[in-house]
Design a protein around this ligand. Sequence first.
Ligand SMILES: Nc1ncnc2c1ncn2[C@@H]1O[C@H](COP(=O)(O)OP(=O)(O)OP(=O)(O)O)[C@@H](O)[C@H]1O
Length: 275
Amino acid sequence: MTATDADPPTVPAIDIMSAEQVYPNGTRALLPVDLSIREGEFVTLLGPSGCGKSTLLKMIAGLLAPTDGRIQLWHRPVEQLASVGKRLAFVFQEATLMPWTTVARNVRLPLDLQGVAPAEADPKVAQALSLVGLTRFAGQRPRELSGGMQMRVSIARGLVTEPQLLLMDEPFGALDEITRNRLDGDLLELWQRQKLTVVFVTHSIHEAVFLSSRVVVMAARPGRVVEQVEIDQPYPRGPAWRVSQRYAQIAAHLQDSLLRASQDEDRLATEGRPA
Ligand SMILES: Nc1ncnc2c1ncn2[C@@H]1O[C@H](COP(=O)(O)OP(=O)(O)OP(=O)(O)O)[C@@H](O)[C@H]1O
């Protein structure tokens, strides 16, 4: 399922070809992953702690090179992304804002680092703040904002470079459930309005079902992809989706898939244990 019912986009934004990761200390974080993500999809990486979600996201972002295999974005290695006029942004779990300066200056940081002049940067900052509904808070300091608002500043900082690809590593994991649900809804609106491709990491089955056009289920020890589930529910999705029968069915299926994968882990661990 894609962003609209009309003509689903089919341009591949991300091609992950047998990409794997063994950290220098020998930890095999990810078995080879093969995954293709189309432009305009909202894909969630769902799995327990340690299954390699962040590792995979960092490899997509080019922050970590695969130890084997390769990853392309719009048919290019990530470092050549700009040559095809594409940009990506990475949003971390922590908002990591500079406490000593304003919301607007925090959002402007990526443009400052690129050497963009304030006269050119400031309208982009205003636009990004408007996208996350924080226009009125541009002059405030981060500590004056709630945790949810700080996360929205962090998202605005990601959006200010006008990316086509948004990579989000459990951005709402530290927030209370009500705030998290609201931000999930806001994020979907943003995704549709900006025609973004999103890869979103979460532990939460419910968040994954609410948001995703496709869920990639992962398991740990060793980290791997165990299943992919397309969610054939049209957008926009509102609160009624969260209490629908179909939503509950998909959540139950994902829970079952995660449970089966963790039983496999236990079995492997037991069988692998010396007598
Ligand atoms: N820099 C590193 N060096 C060595 N091992 C690492 C490193 N980073 C992660 N790992 C290990 O790789 C595995 C996958 O970690 P990763 O952080 O990708 O998992 P995750 O699914 O994102 O977990 P969480 O949900 O807890 O963030 C884990 O066993 C982790 O301990």
